[in-house]
Design a protein around this ligand. Sequence first.
Ligand SMILES: *[C@@H]1O[C@H](CO)[C@@H](O)[C@H](O)[C@H]1NC(C)=O
Ligand SMILES: *[C@@H]1O[C@H](CO)[C@@H](O)[C@H](O)[C@H]1NC(C)=O
Ligand SMILES: *[C@@H]1O[C@H](CO)[C@@H](O)[C@H](O)[C@H]1NC(C)=O
Ligand SMILES: *[C@@H]1O[C@H](CO)[C@@H](O)[C@H](O)[C@H]1NC(C)=O
Ligand SMILES: *[C@@H]1O[C@H](CO)[C@@H](O)[C@H](O)[C@H]1NC(C)=O
Ligand SMILES: *[C@@H]1O[C@H](CO)[C@@H](O)[C@H](O)[C@H]1NC(C)=O
Ligand SMILES: *[C@@H]1O[C@H](CO)[C@@H](O)[C@H](O)[C@H]1NC(C)=O
Ligand SMILES: *[C@@H]1O[C@H](CO)[C@@H](O)[C@H](O)[C@H]1NC(C)=O
Length: 535
Amino acid sequence: MHSLWSFALGFLPQIITIAPSRSFEGACHHFELNLSGVLLNGTTHYPANTTVAITTPQSSINATDLPAFCRLELVVTTNATAGSTALTEVWLPDDWNGRLLTVGNGGLSGGVNVADLGNLAVKQGFAGVSTNTGHDSHPGDGSWGGPHNDNAIIDFSFRALHLSVITSKQIVKTYYQRHIKKSYYIGCSTGGRQGLKEVQQFPDDFDGVVGSPANWMTHLLGWSLHVNQQVQPITSPSFMSTNLWTDVIAPEVLRQCDALDGLTDGLINDPRICTFRPETLTCRPNQNRSTCLTSPQIFALHHIYSDYFEANQKYVFGRYYPGGEDVYWGGYASDTPFSIAVDYFRFFVLNDTSFNVADYNGKVLDIAIELNVGGFDAVNPDVSAFVGQEHNGKVIHYAGWADQLISAGDSIHYYEAVHRFMTENTELDIENFYRLFLVGGMQHCVGGLGATSFGAAGDAQPALSHDARYNVLSAIVRWVEEGAAPDNFTAAHYRGGHAAQGVDFTRPICKYPLSVRYVGGDPNSADSFECALLT
Ligand SMILES: *[C@@H]1O[C@H](CO)[C@@H](O)[C@H](O)[C@H]1NC(C)=O
Ligand SMILES: *[C@@H]1O[C@H](CO)[C@@H](O)[C@H](O)[C@H]1NC(C)=O
Ligand SMILES: *[C@@H]1O[C@H](CO)[C@@H](O)[C@H](O)[C@H]1NC(C)=O
Ligand SMILES: *[C@@H]1O[C@H](CO)[C@@H](O)[C@H](O)[C@H]1NC(C)=O
Ligand SMILES: *[C@@H]1O[C@H](CO)[C@@H](O)[C@H](O)[C@H]1NC(C)=O
Ligand SMILES: *[C@@H]1O[C@H](CO)[C@@H](O)[C@H](O)[C@H]1NC(C)=O
Ligand SMILES: *[C@@H]1O[C@H](CO)[C@@H](O)[C@H](O)[C@H]1NC(C)=O
Ligand SMILES: *[C@@H]1O[C@H](CO)[C@@H](O)[C@H](O)[C@H]1NC(C)=O
C-alpha cells in the first residue's frame, strides 16, 4: 500500500498553483528530461477542445473534444549496442486522475496508438503511454521483421513496451510532482497479447490489465492460413463469394441459431447454444449456384466452424462461431490471404520471402511453434507473480463471439489454462483476479451487430457512462482500487455506430461461463436479459 502521506504530499504542488492551465502549458513546453537512453523529441500543449489531428501507422485521431493535455514525444533506446530505439508518447492531461494508462498496438504495427491515447486515456483523466513498438509499419505489414531483424523483433515482442512503461512512470512523476496511484493497461489483438505478456513477464508494470488478446501468435497465425486454405484460391471449388456469405449463409445461420437465446432479433448472444449445419443449403440439381452450397463449400464450412487440430489430434486453435456472417462475411474465409500471417511465416519464421498460403501445412506450423520467434506467445498460465497477494493485480479479458480474426475459442482456452494451473498450484481463486467476458455479436475488438460499446480498446464510441457497470476501464480501476469485481457490463449499440445518433439498444455482457438470455420485456433494454448458465 502507498502511504497516505506520500499521496497528500503529492497533491501540494497542484493546490498552490493559481492558474493551472497556464502553468501546465508552461510546464509542458519547458519540460526537461534527464533519463539515460531517453530523448525528448517534442512537447506540445493542446488546450481543451482544440483540434487534435494526428496520424500514425497504427491509428489516427481527429478530435475536438479532448481535455487540455501535454504531448511528449520520446525516443527510447532499446538496445544501445544495436542503436535500436522506440518512439513513445506520453500524454499528460492537465486535470490528471493520478493514474497511468498504457495502451497497446494492433497487428504487426508499427505506430503510436494516438486514438486510444486520446479517446481512452486523456479523455478519462489518465496519463497515457503508447509506443510504436520499435518500428514503423502498417498493422498488416511484417516485412520489417527480417530476415533476422532480431532487435526489432524483441522490441515488438515486449521490450519497447516494457521500457516505455518504466520510462513513463518516471516522467509522469516528474511532470506532476506527484506519485502515481496505480498503473493500468488496455489493448486488443496484439494489444491484448502485449498486456498478457506484461502480466506474465513484468508483473510490476501494471496493477490492472484489460485486454482481448492475440496471445498465441504461433497458433493463431497458423489457424489464419488454415482458414484461408479452406477456400482459397478464388478458383477453388470451395471458394465462397461475399454474396454467398451475406445472402445465403448468414440468413441460414440466423434461421438455425437466432431464436435459441429466447429472442429472434438477428443477433446471436451466445453461439455456444447452436451447432450450424450447412447441409440445409445443399444445391439441388440445376439450382443457381449463387443461392446454395456445393459439397466442397459445405466441407470447407465444417472445417471453418470446427476447432482446428493437427493431424496428431493436438489442439491448435478455436473456430468460427456462428453470428458474424453478414457483417463480416467470412473474415479469413475470403479471397485474400491474411497478410499478417503470410508475412509472419515469411519474415519471422521461415525467413523465406517466397512463402505463400499454399505452402502452409502442419510442418510449417510445427516450426513456428518450435521457434516461437521473438517469444511472441504470451500463454504462460502461471500468473501468480501478478495476481498473488504481494502484487494483487487484476485481469479483465474480453472477446467478441463474432470475431473471425481471432476465434473467441482462444480466449476460453487461455482462461481455462490459467484456471487449471492456478487451481492446481496455488490457493488463489480465479474469480478474485481474472474474469472473462464474451460479447455477443462483437467482431474483432470493436463493432458488429451486438451491443459492443463498453469502453473497449480501439472503440472511438464512448461507453454509456463512466460508471464501472458500463465501462470496462472504470471496472478495472474499481476492482484494483476498491476490490469490487465486475459481474457483467451493460453495453450499447449506437445507431449507425455513432453515439451522436443515439442508443439503438443496450444488452448485458455476461461473465464467462454465463450466457445472455432473454427473459421478457423490451428487447432493446438490457434489463430484459439475464446472465445464466447454459443448459
Ligand atoms: C542528470 O542526472 C544525473 C544522474 O542522476 C546527474 O548526475 C546530472 O547532474 C543530471 N543532469 C542535469 C542537467 O540535471
Ligand atoms: C524528432 O522530431 C523531428 C522534428 O519533428 C523529426 O524530424 C525527427 O524525425 C524526430 N526524431 C525521431 C527519432 O523521431
Ligand atoms: C470543451 O467542450 C465541452 C463540451 O462542449 C465543454 O463542456 C467545456 O466547457 C469545453 N471546455 C473548454 C475549456 O472550452
Ligand atoms: C478532421 O475532421 C474535420 C471535420 O470532420 C475535417 O474537416 C478535417 O479535414 C479532418 N482533419 C484531418 C487531418 O483528417
Ligand atoms: C543488442 O544488440 C546486439 C547487436 O545486435 C546483440 O548482439 C545483443 O544480443 C542485443 N542485446 C539484447 C539484450 O537484445
Ligand atoms: C528466422 O529468423 C528469426 C529471427 O532471426 C530466427 O529466430 C528464426 O530461427 C529463423 N528461422 C529459421 C527457420 O531459421
Ligand atoms: C443467380 O442468383 C443470383 C443471386 O440471387 C442472381 O443475381 C443471378 O441473376 C441468378 N442467375 C440466374 C442465371 O438466374
Ligand atoms: C449484473 O451484476 C449485478 C451485480 O452483481 C447484478 O445485480 C445483476 O443482476 C447482473 N445483471 C445480469 C444481467 O446478470
